[in-house]
Structures are given as structure tokens and as C-alpha cells.
Design a protein around this ligand. Structure first.
Ligand code: HAM
Length: 422
């Protein structure tokens, strides 16, 4: 017989088990509720796309596209990739379905798994989950940027995540940024010898990414580099000042971070990240920014866009660290039926209670009384409903509150009322 070796999950991916998944669902419902109040509707997107979509939007030279995508050749020889992010797919769908004809700004949100072949560590996985939102349309009014960030904070408030910091920057437009990049590159070449190999390489490929460096001995040098804020064109400067005023109007405080450049090529002007406590080095729980021009780049009409994605895994880790994940009982009532003749009644009672939204556990076969109560206890059930032949004869049930063992005799209507009320 062949050896039966245990098969384990792939490195960097994990299972979200029921104790956790219940909390995940709650967070996802909160996103649906809060985003709904801001006029966003859900879009469900494919998990794989043509590789070209990500190469063109996220950028062929980025780490994400260059090193981290799961890419394979389909039978018809098209190159396909598991999505590393979803903004590109939203924009593709926007163009494909002619959504520019819809009235007002198109506001969409999505949630689901993304895939990046990164080195796994706490808060960094190869399959991870994002909750994201995008606004696409003709307007780039700074009020859109600010309201999107306001929505994020409304959501984080709803799920109880505190102690967040918003890092904000403007990386300008194509014109002013390319001029700035040249100034930056010139200065970087001047200090090249003092930089590590990674940063030295980036002077050629993407000098902005040097600003991202976490290497301790590069920090003092980076602080002396020219800053984008001093090189923004008039239009970008005005836009950024107005984004800040719009945030002030909403009572949102932020930290100006001139080194926040983000690792995807489609950004322009407003960029932001939200840092959460309790996460260690992978502490960005959300990243986003403006990407006017991306729709055109992917073959659509000139369109403005802005969006964000929350890292759901990190959000859950941060909530966990803050002990904000109150366990919800998974069983409201455990039905203990005794005697074959009582099973039919037990099934009907279970049906009615479940129909009323109550979580019911019904043993599929007759259990000894002690075993049934013991299991009810272990499952954390709040009540046991005892159904024996006496109860059936009396037309009443015994309801036992498991926390203090108080027992009452109740009719079916009273049973429903008590369980609903508690
Ligand atoms: P991103 O910064 O690449 O942006 O990812 C957003 C968030 O996803 C991060 O802040 C982080 O919380 C989470 N995340 C990223 N990689 C991992 C990973 N390997 N493991 C766990 N969590 C991770 C985007 O993806 C853009 N599409 C956001 C956006 C939407 N910009 C405009 N619209």
C-alpha cells in the first residue's frame, strides 16, 4: 500500500477556522454597511486575469509584477496571473462594461483573496485578503479624496480599531514627478557609495523606491534628499492643499509623510497609508491613492480615479492584539431529547427556532442525558431545551439556563420569546 503522507497547506497560506471566520464575517458585514451608507456598491471580480493587465497598470518593473505574481500559461497560451491586487480588475471591468455612462461617480467596493509571492511573516502572506473601494468618474475634486478617507475611518470606528495613524503625501502628476525624479536621481548618484546594493540598483530602476528603504544606515542620508513637496507643480500643490483642507473639515488628522511613495506605478497626487498598532513591521493596514489616467492607460476614456485596499488579515491581527474580538456564542440552544417518541417534536422545535434566527444544536441520535448536557456546556450553549415524554404530555418544555442552571417550564411561544430576548 502506498505510504499515506499528510498533505499540508502551502507555505504562506493558511486556513481561517470558525472561531476566527465568524469575526471576519462580522468585519466584512461592517464594511458592507458602512460603505453602503457612502453610496458604494459591491463588485465581484475574477481571481485571475491576463498578466498584461497587471504589467500595464501596477507596472512591469515593480516588485509585485516583476517578482511576486503567480503566473502560468493557459492551454490557449495566454499568460494568466492570479491577481496580486484588484484595482486593475476594477478598472478593466469599468471599461469593459461601459460604466462611464452611469450617472455620477461610480463607487465600487470588493473583498476577497489576493496573491503575492512574498516572504511570509507575521502579517504577510502569499494568499491574503483585501477589502477595497474605488471611485471612478470625471471629477478629481479633493472632496472625493477626503470623503474616501472619512469612510475608512467610519469603518475602522465601526469595527473598534483604535490608535490608527494616517500617513498622507502627494506624489504629483506625470510632469512634476518626472522632473522631481531626475533631481532625486542626481542627488542619489552623488551619495551612491553610502547606499546599500538594493538602493543603488533602484537609483537606475526607480529612484522613488529608495525613499521606502528601511535600512538603518541609509536613514540619515535619505533625510537629506530633496522632497517632492518642494517640486509639485501649481495644479498639484493646489489639489493637495485642498485635500488637506477637506480632511480638516471632516476632523481627520494626518501625518505628512514625504517618503510615502507606494509600490505600484499607477498612483499620482494623493497617496496614503493607515498604520495600525500591534502589527510589528508589517503595520500598514490600508494603502491607497489617486490614479487619474489609469483608465486611459488600459484603453478607456480619460477618467479620474482613487481608491484604497485594507489588508483584512492585518486588520484582524490588530483587533486581536487589542482584544477586540469578543467571542460570539455559536450555539444559543441545545435540544436534549429523551425517548424515540420525542425526536419528531425536537425536530419541529429546532425548525421553528432556526427559522427565527436562533442557533440550535440538535443531536442527530439520542444521547444519554448527561452526555447531552455535557456537550451543550462544552459548545458554550446558553440554554438547553429538555424534551422528554413528560414535557410532550404537558405541552411544555423545560428550559435550562446553563450559566446558573435555573430551569423554567415554558410553552413553545414563551420558549421563542425567551431565546429571542436573550
Ligand atoms: P497595497 O498597498 O499593495 O495596495 O495593499 C494594500 C494593503 O493590503 C496593505 O496595506 C496591506 O495591509 C495588505 N497587504 C498587501 N500585501 C500583503 C501580504 N502579502 N499579506 C498580507 N497583507 C498584505 C493595493 O493593493 C492597492 N490596490 C490599493 C488601492 C486601491 N489603491 C487604489 N485603490
Amino acid at each position: 500500500m502506498a505510504e499515506r503522507q499528510q498533505i499540508r497547506a502551502i507555505k504562506g497560506v493558511r486556513d481561517i477556522l470558525p472561531l476566527e471566520s465568524r469575526a471576519w464575517s462580522r468585519v466584512e458585514r461592517a464594511a458592507q454597511d458602512v460603505f453602503g451608507t457612502f453610496g458604494f456598491a459591491e463588485i465581484r471580480l475574477p481571481i485571475f486575469e491576463q498578466t498584461e493587465l497587471f504589467a500595464r497598470s501596477v507596472g512591469a518593473d515593480t516588485d509585485i509584477v516583476g517578482k511576486e505574481m503567480y503566473t502560468f500559461t493557459d492551454r490557449d497560451e495566454a499568460s494568466i496571473s492570479l491577481r496580486p491586487e484588484a484595482t486593475a480588475s476594477v478598472v478593466r471591468a469599468y471599461i469593459e462594461h461601459g460604466m462611464h455612462t452611469l450617472p455620477g461617480d461610480v463607487k465600487l467596493y470588493y473583498m476577497g483573496p489576493m496573491f503575492r509571492r512574498e516572504r511570509p511573516q507575521k502579517g504577510r502572506y502569499r494568499q491574503f485578503y483585501q477589502i477595497g473601494a474605488e471611485v471612478l468618474g470625471q471629477s478629481d475634486a479633493p472632496g472625493i479624496d477626503a470623503e474616501l478617507i472619512e469612510m475608512l475611518f467610519a469603518f475602522f470606528g465601526r469595527v473598534g480599531l483604535e490608535g490608527l495613524t494616517l500617513d498622507l503625501n502627494s506624489i504629483g502628476c506625470k510632469e512634476c514627478r518626472s522632473k522631481y525624479v531626475e533631481v532625486l536621481r542626481a542627488k542619489l548618484l552623488y551619495v551612491k557609495d553610502k547606499l546599500g546594493a538594493d538602493s543603488q540598483r533602484r537609483i537606475e530602476t526607480n529612484p522613488l523606491r529608495v525613499l521606502d528603504s528601511k535600512a538603518p544606515d541609509e536613514q540619515a542620508i535619505i533625510e537629506t534628499l530633496p522632497r517632492i513637496a518642494d517640486h509639485l507643480c501649481e495644479a498639484c500643490k493646489t489639489h493637495f492643499a485642498e485635500v488637506r483642507r477637506q480632511l480638516d473639515l471632516r476632523g481627520i488628522t494626518y501625518n505628512l509623510n514625504w517618503r510615502l511613495v507606494r509600490g505600484l506605478d499607477y498612483y499620482m497626487r494623493t497617496t496614503f497609508e493607515i498604520i495600525a498598532p500591534g502589527l510589528g513591521s508589517q503595520n500598514a493596514v490600508c494603502g491607497g491613492g489617486r490614479y487619474d489616467g489609469l483608465v486611459e492607460l488600459l484603453g478607456g476614456l480619460p477618467t479620474k480615479g482613487i481608491g484604497f485596499a485594507i489588508g483584512e488579515d492585518r486588520l484582524m491581527l490588530s483587533l486581536e492584539a487589542a482584544a477586540k474580538l469578543a467571542a460570539e456564542p455559536s450555539v444559543d440552544a441545545f435540544i436534549v431529547w429523551m425517548g424515540a417518541a420525542t425526536q419528531a417534536t425536537a425536530i419541529k422545535v429546532a425548525q421553528r427556532l432556526r427559522g427565527a434566527g436562533i442557533k440550535v444544536e440538535l443531536p442527530p441520535e439520542e444521547f444519554k442525558f448527561k452526555k447531552a448536557l455535557g456537550l451543550a456546556d462544552k459548545l458554550g450553549a446558553r440554554y438547553a431545551i429538555l424534551i422528554g415524554e413528560n414535557e410532550i404530555a404537558a405541552g411544555k418544555f423545560t428550559l435550562k439556563r446553563l450559566a446558573d442552571a435555573v430551569q423554567t417550564s415554558v410553552t413553545e411561544v414563551e420558549l421563542l420569546e425567551t431565546l429571542r430576548a436573550n
